[in-house]
Design a protein around this ligand. Sequence first.
Ligand code: HPA
Length: 265
Amino acid sequence: MSRSAELARLIRDRAGAAPPDCALVLGSGLGHLGSMVRGVAIPYADLDGFPHAGVSGHVPQLFIGTLEGRRVAVLGGRAHYYETGRADAMRLPLEVLAELGCERLVLTNAAGSLRDDLPPGSLMLLSDHIAFAGANPLIGEATDARFVPMTDAHDPALRAALREAAAAEGVDLPEGVYCWFSGPSFETPAEIRAARVLGADAVGMSTVPEIILARFMGLRCAAVSVITNMGAGLSAERISHDHTKAMAPVGARKLEQVLRRFLRD
Ligand code: HPA
């Protein structure tokens, strides 16, 4: 039995066999959203191969149960490319979601803004992305399945549902392009200017490899950024991880409203 099948069996034993309607991945400072789930929380440490060294501001637990009447699986923390140099760091958790029968995935992250009309505290729905880090989680994959089309990687129907949920809640949810930098150092002002010229609206250090992996596995996905700061050089504020963690909860309240409505409807 594959490792993902074994883990899926362990999870079903603890949480029941019903497949999740939707999975969520929580970004920096957003981990507490997992506690909204009525069900069980399984520490990543119990799930052999799940990343649990982690980054502060993440909650390394899999929450599985119901939220707003829907069966959900919530990954409270993620591993990043910059932790190990492996772009496929989230492969096993995503394989387990697929193994559990989950078909939809909504990813969240904290991001820096390149746009004046996207100030800290706002949300941005990813319309598309740029894999500027230059890595790809499918390098080394041996079959032709590795040639994953990415045209509608940010699923139009899921995005429409998220926009409708936001509108119903009175929350602004503009769309924009997310540019993936490897981190862990933040960008330079010149890199931020370059990302703008390339057509990006926000920058961050996650999500893109997960979208690529999820599409490879056939999951439909969408992603929402919580803007925690302006990109380097665009404002006088000092960028830091502490600042990210302090600002994330501001947007997280709106994100929670949108996600709850999205699940309910
Ligand atoms: N750059 C990259 N990642 C981030 C930022 C940023 O400015 N803010 C939050 N995550």
